[in-house]
Design a protein around this ligand. Structure first.
Ligand SMILES: O=C(O)CCC(=O)C(=O)O
Length: 251
């Protein structure tokens, strides 16, 4: 893994100013191949056994009629390989710098946009789901495929991590929450990534991604880290639960 501690303080400055930064060529070729192989095995052997809460299917079928996977949740609970990778010392060292305290690896997920049918991710702040206080939490978003303008790369709003945006129900499977629309024009920066490169975003950074109508799949492995000192804000959690129950009642 290419993570040089001499760059940590520069990355932290970018993170504190913008709420995100990129890590070019994080994975070397052998690690990338091992992650691809484990994800293929997972999809073959584990995915068919998962409860519906741990897998999100794309609503539209793939061109060959099969179902496409949008998200896999809680991979660290089912795969020792992903758990160990996400807890590797170089990643925990980076996490310690970013979360201002003792780092905890929270979970591993996938955010994939299969070719032609990958769906939108509306603007949101991850903390609308996590409800953490203080929000010392971030996601490491690792591109397993090239992530481009045409296959739905993630777009970040610089500086948006410094304030909270109101959220409501989105109606999108896999992303139940979205920022409520404002008249404000939000400047966004696309994170165009080569395969094996990554981005890091704070849990308050507004981000979104377009649908993938292109022939190129866009798979990502996402690892969430937080500080051991984070607590759940019970009022925010109650608001989130209320929105979820309203959604359940409607479906
Ligand atoms: O992969 C995407 O398009 C969105 C990812 C995302 O929302 C996240 O990692 O928090």
């Amino acid at each position: 893994m290419n993570l040089n501690p001499s760059q940590f303080s520069g990355w932290k400055q970018d993170y504190e100013r913008d709420g995100f930064f990129t890590l070019p060529n994080l994975l070397d070729a052998s690690l990338h191949a091992a992650l691809d192989a484990e994800l293929d095995r997972y999809i073959r052997e584990v995915a068919p056994t998962l409860p519906p809460s741990d897998i999100v299917w794309e609503p539209e079928p793939l061109p060959d009629g099969r179902r496409g996977i949008r998200n896999l949740w809680r991979l660290a609970d089912y795969s020792p390989f992903f758990r160990e990778f996400a807890s590797a010392q170089p990643l925990m060292d980076l996490a310690a710098v970013l979360v201002n305290g003792d780092p905890v690896m929270v979970q591993v997920e996938t955010f994939s946009k299969p070719a032609y049918v990958g769906t939108v991710v509306p603007f949101h702040q991850d903390n609308a789901y996590f409800n953490l206080t203080p929000p010392d939490c971030f996601s490491l978003w690792i591109a397993l495929d090239a992530s481009t303008l045409s296959n739905g790369c993630v777009r970040f709003v610089p500086g948006s991590h410094l304030r909270e945006f109101p959220h409501g129900a989105s109606g999108v499977k896999g992303n139940s929450m979205m920022a409520v629309e404002t008249d404000e024009a939000l400047e966004e920066v696309p994170a165009i990534l080569d395969p094996g490169s990554a981005s890091v975003h704070h849990c308050m950074t507004m981000h979104r991604s377009d649908p993938n109508r292109s022939p190129a799949p866009r798979r990502a492995l996402v690892i969430v880290y937080q500080a051991a000192h984070c607590r759940v804000d019970e009022a925010a959690r109650a608001r989130y639960q209320r929105i979820l129950s309203e959604l359940l009642a409607r479906s």
